[in-house]
Design a protein around this ligand. Structure first.
Ligand code: DCP
Ligand code: MG
Length: 417
């Protein structure tokens, strides 16, 4: 990858990202309203009713995990490893000291606890991306510095513990994928800071199964190739990985090396919208290629309009055999919602690939803004020299660059992966 807009610096290493994940979340919530469960083996079951054996384990407290109980296990199996206290009290064959408590899930209550945690997270970050009920990424670049990141994370953990009563594990790193691995590294009650210069060493021993995007099937294939750790992956032959796994191979390789320049974007707010499509056979047919790309561009522009998204960057992706990915983009001086402009720009960008055999094309709008309130006419543009807007674009819905110029020029084009 590595294709970037001219004159735009890589942001790698400049970002400070935190990942927070609550410890045995549902179990911790149950302990809030039933303090007697603290320190006890506790299983929270989905589809479970008190006294019954149906359902599956949503989560287990760390005390229960010591008995071999884990998420997604059948309650019946969990009961074999960890009998209920009540049953153990009356059954002479069972040992009460080796028994635990079982509770059914109560999503409404967990959501309310989650809300309280989120409020604290938002107070400590510029941007928060909530990825599940108990997990979020925070962009804390402007809230802390590497030298004090540990104290900063400790402060967040303290507030969550004192004000909500649950325990968060936090990882801080220069990018999202490393921060997630860091938050998991010392659970429960974990706090791990991985400074930019420590990323490679920190990741090296991590088993490939713990890397984002590696499922059981991929893991098995990698292990058959003798690749068991992030370091094995990071030092593997990139081309061979691409030959085996396609574009995903390249992404895995980059993540294993700690290269991940994804921006922390707010929940529900994508940073780009794209669509791509492969030809049955790689083709040089200019008309077919252009037609396909324009269809994709129209679909992407329509999606942006529907979501009230304005874009500052319009780009294409062209994949040539074997799997060479080329991205090209043009940045605009201000955010627009202008399907005709998208069409014109992608057609222009495709020009460079005339005559090439092409396997796949894609269209993308990025550098999105969702603030649809402050749109002005085209006259409101600050005017940039790389813009390709001609006068017939006057119907475009355009937002003045005045109050939001901070985001301009940050487009990284490696996001197609
Ligand atoms: N959950 C679920 N089913 C699963 C996994 C999780 O219902 N298979 C629910 C219960 C968890 C919550 O989601 O409490 C959060 O998931 P985590 O993976 O973060 O697990 P925990 O927070 O329970 O434990 P950990 O301390 O490992 O984060
Ligand atoms: Mg959790």
């Amino acid at each position: 990858m590595g294709a970037r807009l001219p004159g735009i610096e890589s942001e790698t290493g400049e970002r400070i990202v935190a990942h927070a994940d609550m410890d045995c979340f549902y179990a911790s919530c149950e302990r809030l309203r039933e303090p007697a469960l603290r320190g006890e083996p506790l299983v929270v079951g989905m589809g479970y009713e008190p006294g019954e054996t149906a359902g599956a384990v949503a989560t287990a407290s760390y005390e229960a995990r010591a008995f071999g109980v884990e998420s997604a296990q059948a309650i019946s199996e969990a009961l074999e490893r960890l009998p209920r206290k009540r049953d153990a009290a009356t059954d002479p064959d069972l040992d009460v000291r080796k028994a635990g408590f079982y509770r059914p899930v109560d999503m409404g209550f967990y959501e309310s606890v989650s809300e309280d945690v989120r409020e604290i997270l938002h107070a400590h970050a510029e941007t928060v991306r909530e990825v599940s009920i108990d997990e979020a990424y925070l962009d804390v670049t402007e809230k802390t510095m590497w030298d004090e990141a540990g104290d900063f994370a400790r402060g967040i953990k303290e507030r969550i513990r004192e004000e909500v009563g649950v325990v968060a594990s936090i990882g801080i790193a220069p990018n999202m994928s490393t921060a997630k691995i860091a938050s998991d590294a010392e659970k429960p009650d974990g706090l791990v800071v991985v400074r930019p210069e420590e990323v490679r060493d920190f990741l090296a021993p991590v088993p490939i199964e713990d890397l984002h995007g590696v499922g059981p099937v991929t893991a098995r294939t990698l292990r058959e190739r003798g690749i068991g750790t992030a370091d094995d992956l990071a030092t593997a032959d990139r081309r061979a990985l691409i030959a085996e796994f396609g574009e995903r191979g390249a992404a895995l390789y980059d993540r294993a090396r700690g290269e991940d320049d994804r921006e922390v974007t707010p929940t529900g707010r994508p940073k780009s919208l794209s669509r791509e499509s492969a030809f049955v056979e790689p083709t040089t047919d200019r008309e077919e290629i252009e037609e396909r790309l324009l269809t994709l561009a129209a679909a992407v522009a329509e999606r942006a309009t529907r979501r009230d998204a304005l874009y500052r960057t319009i780009g294409i992706k062209v994949v040539t055999p074997p799997f060479d990915v080329h991205t090209r983009a043009r940045s605009l001086p201000g955010p627009v919602d202008d399907p005709a402009l998208v069409e014109r720009v992608v057609r222009d960008l495709l020009e460079e690939f005339t005559g090439e055999r092409i396997r796949k094309v894609g269209a993308r709008v990025s550098n999105l803004e969702f603030d649809s309130a402050a749109q002005t006419s085209l006259d409101g543009w600050a005017g940039g020299d790389d813009a390709e807007v001609d006068s017939d674009g006057s119907e475009a819905r355009v937002k003045s660059t005045g109050g939001s110029a901070d985001r301009s020029g940050q487009a990284s084009l490696s996001e197609f992966e």
